[in-house]
Design a protein around this ligand. Structure first.
Ligand SMILES: Cc1cc2nc3c(=O)[nH]c(=O)nc-3n(C[C@H](O)[C@H](O)[C@H](O)COP(=O)(O)O)c2cc1C
Length: 197
């Protein structure tokens, strides 16, 4: 009988971690905080139809065709519970002057939407109408387990954006914005001066 095609030996490399233990949380937290992100408010509707929302940095566009977004939500999050009930969510991308909205939606509590301007998207998910550069409304396609978080993947069904509006950024637990644009375009140092009169 001919030899069967050789299979790679079942080494520890196949356990996904090469047998090396993960870094401890005390090291992982500052590593994660070193990743700069945008700041979004992910919204949905709870069982009673009340709006729910949370500040979220772990948001990513996932696919162009089909158009998919993903958001990562702590398993204890009330907004995650609402997303699972309603089967849809909206990613509201905050503008540079919207730190107050970010702080408000990073709290726990039932009154987060009091005094906040919003309207429903076609699927009912709350679209914040002030303090944002864009919104992306999604139908929940599936969830994936992500340790102490759940990854929610959504099909993008609606959205809009405001070109020219600066976004809010977040890095090492501090808010930031884009540096101001230089008034004149910088010339590359190794380029000869353009011919003049
Ligand atoms: C800038 C910033 C980004 C955050 N990003 C996330 C995130 O991606 N996922 C998450 O689960 N919590 C994130 N949080 C924390 C949640 O906003 C916070 O736990 C919130 O209270 C959850 O509210 P909820 O339980 O009403 O959903 C972030 C907080 C801040 C300030």
């Amino acid at each position: 009988m001919p030899n069967a095609p050789s299979q790679p030996p079942p080494t520890a490399a196949h356990d996904g971690r090469r047998g090396v233990p993960p870094v401890p949380p005390d090291l992982f937290r500052p590593l994660a905080a070193a990743l700069p992100t945008g700041v979004c408010v992910v919204t949905s509707l709870g069982v009673s139809g009340a709006p729910a929302g949370m500040t979220s940095g772990a948001v990513c566009s996932l696919s162009c065709e089909p158009p998919l977004m993903l958001v990562c939500m702590g398993k204890e999050s009330h907004t995650l519970a609402a997303v699972l009930v309603h089967g849809a969510f909206c990613v509201n991308v905050l503008a540079a002057d919207a730190t107050a909205l970010s702080r408000r939606f990073s709290r726990q509590g039932p009154d987060k939407f009091t005094g906040v301007a919003w309207r429903p998207a076609h699927n009912g998910t709350p679209v914040l109408t002030e303090g944002t550069v864009a919104y992306v409304s999604c139908e929940l396609l599936r969830t994936v387990d992500g340790g102490d978080h759940t990854v929610a993947i959504g099909l993008v069904v609606e959205g809009d954006h405001r070109p020219g509006t600066a976004p809010l950024l977040y890095h090492r637990r501090r808010y930031a914005g884009f540096p101001p644009e230089p008034e004149e375009p910088l010339s590359a140092p190794d380029q000869p001066d353009p011919p003049g009169p």
